[in-house]
Design a protein around this ligand. Structure first.
Ligand code: DP6
Length: 329
């Protein structure tokens, strides 16, 4: 009863920010569109072992008991389907620096769900896998798939229509990503807490939710037509709207530092100079620059030169989650 899975990180171009249900179902208030990355991943092994007293989680070599509530949410759904009660030992590792402000919950929970399902021999469709992964972390629902992915907010209170699905394969438009790391410390307010605070206190939150279907439509059409300018326009606007809603929360949520703004200016300068690139920023101070195929060298060079940038990472687009059952299993 042991299996391993690898899932890649993803970056939202149209953001998920806010929940329709912030209980265990974890249903997003808005849909989102992301790209799955090839260079950043989580490798997770799950072993259901009757000799354990309780579930155990090791992340990058460290015990993380505070994460177990969320982990159990996914495991219990699968244990229920398999009719198994055994505790699990979960060992997960990210190949990218933790504390670099890159969401590891997306790749982590997608890998956990796929590995646990394989270990229990529970046959799930990719859509079902996405629904279970969502209950660990909303963005994880998207890391089940590769390339361009759309997550549906859904309408049903049980979350059964709140899942991700592929929008377009990576090969159809191999965009490139450059991440400017501007701080190494763990973020102060998690996405989860930031969303809850924005929804509860920001006067701009209802406007953010109301605008989302319009942005998603433009983003979806831009991707399917490979219209870089239109995608850049909607992605930057959507990102700044999300941060606008967050900044108007009480107390305010300001995820950026000076170098984040300097990077944003550098991206705009590149675009004015004819380089097809746009920025996006999540719940942290790192800036992610998305560029057209073959353009990442120029973007990397420009962002490396920005004062305050401590590291630069690069990635292409990658595939969906992959699970394997070890021979000895
Ligand atoms: C800003 O998926 O980390 O990165 O569902 O509470 O685990 P939970 O939130 P999470 O939120 C990601 C927020 C974001 C935008 C995005 O990835 O869409």
């Amino acid at each position: 009863m042991k299996a391993a899975a690898r899932a890649r990180a993803n970056i939202a171009l149209l953001k998920y920010w806010g929940k329709a249900d912030d209980g265990p179902l974890n249903i997003p208030a808005v849909g989102s569109i992301s790209i799955t990355l090839d260079a950043l991943w989580s490798d997770t092994e799950v072993h259901f072992d009757g000799s354990l007293a309780a579930d155990e989680l090791t992340l990058n070599g460290q015990h993380r008991p505070e994460q177990l509530d969320r982990v159990r949410r996914c495991l219990d759904l699968l244990r229920g389907r398999a009719g198994v009660k055994r505790p699990a030992r979960i060992t997960s590792r990210n190949n990218f620096p933790t504390g670099a402000g890159l969401a590891s919950s997306a790749s982590g929970y997608a890998a956990l769900t796929a590995a646990a399902a394989a270990a229990l021999d529970v046959k799930l469709t990719a859509r079902e896998l996405s629904i279970v992964a969502r209950q660990g972390s909303g963005s994880a629902a998207r890391s089940v798939f590769g390339g361009f992915v759309e997550m549906h907010a859904g309408m049903r209170p049980d979350g059964s229509d709140s899942y991700a699905e592929p929008l377009m394969p990576a090969e159809a438009w191999p965009l490139e990503l450059v991440v400017a790391v501007t701080a190494r410390s763990e973020k102060q307010v998690s996405s989860r807490a930031g969303m809850t605070r924005s929804a509860a206190t920001s006067p701009y939150f209802p406007a953010w939710v109301a605008r989302s279907p319009v942005d998603l439509k433009q983003g979806r059409e831009a991707i399917l037509k490979r219209d870089f300018e239109s995608l850049a326009d909607v992605a930057e606007r959507n990102c700044l709207s999300m941060h606008g809603a967050a900044m108007a929360a009480r107390p305010p949520l300001l995820y950026w530092n000076g170098a984040t703004i300097a990077c944003l200016e550098a991206v705009r300068e590149l675009r004015r100079g004819g380089v097809p690139v746009f920025f996006t920023i999540d719940a942290g101070p790192q800036l992610k620059a998305v560029c057209a195929p073959g353009e990442s060298a120029a973007v990397r060079e420009a962002l490396t030169d920005v004062p305050g940038v401590v590291d630069v990472l690069q990635s292409g687009l990658g595939c969906g989650v992959e699970a394997a059952i070890p021979d000895s299993g």
